[in-house]
Design a protein around this ligand. Structure first.
Ligand code: ADP
Ligand SMILES: Nc1ncnc2c1ncn2[C@H]1C[C@H](O)[C@@H](COP(=O)(O)O)O1
Length: 216
């Protein structure tokens, strides 16, 4: 247990749509808690850029790749005994991305079924403890689109606005039905990762979600 009342072996997962600020918050929380980070690797992903140019051709390959990467990360978190802040949950791969492409017809029904059965088989292993808390970052679409632009990944900037609109909407439906672990919702206009007092306030909220009985 640290000064914030958060167990040293906790698993904190940060969720939310592309560009909302997950990686930035993950790094800030991990630094403050002296936790390790589990980050999404974008630069060495062999499919991501191809996927943005042709969803239909590459969506299955990309989902399998992300699933394999997240499984390796889960295994590492499990073997090291927790104490991690994780950038994006595996629940979003299936519940948002794979589902969205299946619904839009950019992933075939057969591919989606194959992906889903692999996902379920992986989740049933001991390597998949539920997070102690899932921090859900939410904000307005215009703010998020500005962040995507400012970050400057060309493949995302070139992607049609309707893709991000659809994803933003899907996330808001998804989180309202999410029950796999406790959720802490944070509005991106209501914290500042560069302000230590603001990060402290988030840590107090995390502790309160993890230890509800203590009213932390
Ligand atoms: N709290 C914040 N205030 C202002 N800009 C932010 C904040 N958090 C993230 N950003 C910026 O928004 C962009 C996307 O953030 P990032 O953490 O990479 O998002 P994600 O991991 O959710 O895709 C980056 O340019 C980052 O510097
Ligand atoms: N499961 C996924 N399917 C498709 N695209 C995905 C998936 N997970 C992440 N992505 C994309 C979205 C972004 O372009 C990058 C990184 O995500 P971010 O939310 O910026 O961390 O990968």
């Amino acid at each position: 247990m640290n000064n914030y009342g958060i167990p040293a072996n906790a698993l904190i997962t940060v969720a939310g749509t592309v560009g909302v600020g997950k990686s930035t918050l993950t790094a800030a929380l991990a630094e403050r808690l002296s936790f390790k980070t589990s980050l999404e690797q974008v630069d060495h992903n062999p499919y991501l850029e191809k996927f943005y140019h042709d969803f239909e051709r590459w969506s299955f390959h990309l989902q399998i790749y992300f699933l394999a990467e997240r499984f390796k990360e889960q295994k590492k978190i499990f073997e090291l005994g927790g104490g991690f802040v994780q950038d994006r949950s595996i629940y979003e791969d299936t519940g948002i991305f794979a589902q969205m492409h299946a619904d839009q017809g950019t992933m075939s029904a057969t591919d989606f079924e194959t992906y889903s059965s692999l996902f379920e088989a992986m989740v049933m292993t001991p390597y998949f403890p539920h997070p102690d808390v899932l921090i859900y970052l939410e904000g307005s679409l215009p703010s998020i689109l500005n962040r995507i632009t400012e970050r400057g990944r060309e493949m995302e900037i070139q992607t049609d606005r309707s893709y991000w609109e659809h994803m933003h909407e899907r996330y808001s439906v998804w989180i309202n039905q999410f029950t796999a672990c406790p959720v802490l919702r944070l509005n991106i206009d209501e914290y500042d990762v560069n302000d230590p007092a603001s990060v402290d306030a988030i840590l107090a909220q995390i502790a309160a979600v993890i230890n509800p009985a203590k009213g932390a």
